[in-house]
Design a protein around this ligand. Structure first.
Ligand SMILES: Nc1ncnc2c1ncn2[C@@H]1O[C@H](COP(=O)(O)OP(=O)(O)O)[C@@H](O)[C@H]1O
Ligand SMILES: [Mg+2]
Length: 225
């Protein structure tokens, strides 16, 4: 499976979700390659912290690839592992476009309050341009950094639910200090101590949501062909 975590907004939690997904997958016994496709190199920083924390036993292969040919490199890498997770930058870049032309899943997190309708439309337009080149792409969106209180989450959910291009996963990730703490040691929340069961559960539900969307897509393909 090739997963790209993207969108065109900084700070929505792309790197947090990409790195947590990579860690979640290796915990399932999968052979994972984490691709840093962002010039800011936050995923690479995460891996460096991880290297120190785990004495080199990071559990996945980390590479840095940007630019137009990213898709060719990723296609080749995907033959050598179970899953590729690509972390992209917060803009509409050549790297992000290249990544989604070869991905199975495009994951777009949104933080409540920061979401405006134009950002969503821009992501939808970006997808519309890429889909002809990659019709099997499953585009999923969900809320990251959900606050325990307030209506922001519901307002943002309603907005995302209306999208006809992105499928909304109703499995939001909370605004939890454990995500930030774990990241500063290069760990996923699933590995971090003290254990944050709620955060781990959210990651698990997100992953199940992704799996379900992929299975449904597969079924849809089989009934239409
Ligand atoms: N679910 C979350 N709970 C708490 N903090 C989060 C969460 N997701 C992201 N963050 C924090 O928000 C900041 C931006 O997240 P990051 O993953 O780097 O975003 P992006 O890659 O989209 O720019 C980081 O400091 C990160 O630790
Ligand atoms: Mg990032």
């Amino acid at each position: 499976m090739i997963y790209t975590v993207g969108g065109i907004k900084g700070g929505s939690g792309k790197t947090t979700l990409a790195t947590n997904l990579a860690v979640y997958l290796i915990q399932q016994g999968r052979d994972v390659i984490l691709v840093d496709a962002d010039d800011q190199e936050s995923a690479t920083d995460f891996t460096s912290f991880r290297h120190q924390t785990l004495d080199g036993e990071i559990g996945y292969t980390a590479v840095k690839i940007t630019g137009r040919e990213l898709n060719a490199h990723v296609t080749r890498l995907a033959t050598k592992c179970d899953d590729v997770v690509i972390d992209t930058g917060g803009r509409d870049t050549v790297s992000q476009r290249s990544a989604i032309t070869v991905s199975d899943v495009y994951l777009v997190p949104f933080a409540p309050r920061s979401l405006d309708i134009w950002t969503l439309r821009k992501v939808e337009n970006l997808i519309a341009e890429i889909i002809p080149f990659n019709p099997r792409l499953v585009c999923l969106t969900f809320i990251n950094k959900a606050d325990a209180r307030g209506n922001y989450k519901e307002d943002t959910s309603d907005l995302l639910r209306e999208s006809t291009v992105l499928q909304f996963l109703d499995t939001s990730i909370g605004n939890r200090i454990s995500f930030a703490n774990a990241a500063s040691s290069g760990l996923g929340v699933i590995e971090n101590k003290p254990t944050d069961e709620k955060a781990i559960n959210e990651m698990k539900e997100l992953y199940e949501g992704i799996r379900k969307a992929l299975v449904n897509k597969d079924k849809g393909d089989k009934t239409t062909t």
